[in-house]
Design a binder for this molecule. Structure first.
Ligand code: HEC
Length: 103
């Protein structure tokens, strides 16, 4: 019985830590709706240019673009300001959200 409860405890800890590290599409959506959507649209289409559409873009691409904006290795007056306040977790969540959104 002791062994069983030990295994259960380990199993719970493992599944909990995996869940908390995975990107949250829901959190990304909330953040995107609050911060990004005013320019990029919730479901941005190319018709909404001059802002580049983000829906359906590659997850890795979005993450690296946002990190470059945050580091200012990619220069944009607008995006440097916005990305400057994003944490790694925000970036993962937002990229997960937009990359899974149908363009
Ligand atoms: C005030 C308007 C505005 C807001 C708000 C905004 N963006 Fe942008 N974003 C732009 C503009 C304009 C560009 C084009 C970059 C440039 O050349 O200045 C851009 C470019 C980008 C790019 C690069 C796209 C590409 O094709 O390489 C990404 C990624 C991006 N934004 C993500 C975001 C995310 C995520 C948010 C929310 C956290 C956000 N943006 C909020 C205006 C905005």
């Amino acid at each position: 019985m002791k062994t069983l409860s030990y295994f259960l405890a380990v199993a719970c800890t493992l599944s909990f830590s995996t869940a908390s590290q995975a990107a949250s599409i829901y959190a990304g959506k909330t953040k995107a709706a609050a911060v990004c959507a005013q320019c990029h649209g919730v479901r941005s289409t190319s018709a909404e240019a001059p802002f580049p559409p983000l829906a359906g873009r590659d997850d890795e691409y979005l993450q690296s673009a946002l990190k470059q904006y945050r580091d200012k290795t990619r220069v944009s007056d607008i995006m440097n300001n916005i990305a400057g306040s994003l944490s790694d977790r925000d970036i993962n969540n937002i990229a997960a959200y937009y990359s899974r959104l149908k363009p």
